[in-house]
Design a protein around this ligand. Sequence first.
Ligand code: NZQ
Ligand code: ZN
Length: 381
Amino acid sequence: MYNFSFQNPTKLIVGKNMIARLPQEIPAGKRILLTFGGGSVKKNGVYEQVKEALKDYATVEFWGIEPNPTVETLREAIALGKKEKVDFLLAVGGGSVLDGSKLVAAGILYDGDAWDLVNTPEPVTHTVPMGTIITLPATGSEMNNNAVISRKATKEKLPSNYNNPLFSILDPQVAFSLPANQIAYGIADTFVHVMEQYMTVTGVSQLMDRWAEGILYTLVDIAPKLKENQRDYNVMADFMLAATMAQNGFISMGVPQDWATHMIGHELTALHGLSHGHTLVIVLPGTMSVMRESKGDKILQYGERIWGITEGSREERIDQAIAKTEEFFRSLGLTTRLSEEGIGEETIREIEDRFNKRNVAFGEGKNITGAVAAQILRERL
Ligand code: NZQ
Ligand code: ZN
């Protein structure tokens, strides 16, 4: 196990009707900026619950943080927050609303342009305090300091870091209203978050491996159950907590991490608008296949423990594990090939070029360069 330090300051408040607890979490007298997406919270009753809980506070509302939140929209929210002199932020929505609000929380206290904050290598920690109500299990944004922000003008999508939310409310009932495709993307995103932290090398931490496998196993088990009945409270509760636990640092203590699949996926979203979880299921089998030499032992462990693969030569078992992974993604109802989305060689060359220009390399071995990313994508045509 490698050396590490760990601290996750977000308080989780989990369960039925917990939105009513907001006044216990936000100090009296705070002037709150409420941030929302496109309106799903008005249809599923979440908005009413928030307004009722906050009836004794001064609130200002910002609507319209879009999926894959853009700096262009967030600049407007920052301007509103500054004008209204807010001193607390409550983000209500999916990962996009939460991510976007993290930038807003920093932008309100910053005089320059918000895109500067996205390009800051260190976490931006001078922020307005923020709480969240997550309505879509997927990103883990409710319990981490990450935000992925897009810039329409240049078709870029880049990760950056801020402060963790002070608290996050997880009421599984609010996710009952999700469209089936968002549940599929959310399961895929959660699964791949685990894989980014697990699918590296063997023998570093048995504990981290078992925690990660516990989440993967749970997702494989609950995916068909959610498809059958997404209003099953206990199943949705497990999904919601799985998403949080997959991306809050608990499974990455002292172990190497990859994240190449995500970084390649962000480019597919930036260039073609594909949903985040969808990009991951297209890319991940390629990452496993191209990196099969360095990841081989871990792929075998994963194949055996998650999919029960024990027969065949080493190469055959690796192939089976990758095939099972893709089969699982397809069982969610998602396409897994670039060609199915009309994406081809031109995009692959553009992504290779972008990575080369940024001079970046990803993966636990920092060896997934532009050229290797292109190789991964070519396997997915
Ligand atoms: O905008 P509204 O009307 O609220 O509708 C949203 C949106 O259209 C809808 N939705 C959310 N909750 C709902 C609901 N519809 C019905 N009922 C509900 N309860 O779902 C749509 C998608 O929402 P979005 O927030 O975009 O999805 P997600 O949570 O998957 O977030 C994706 C964004 O998070 C980033 C992604 O790159 C992407 O930009 N990520 C953030 C991470 C993090 N902070 O750690 C890590 C991830 O890897 C990811 O990169
Ligand atoms: Zn993700």
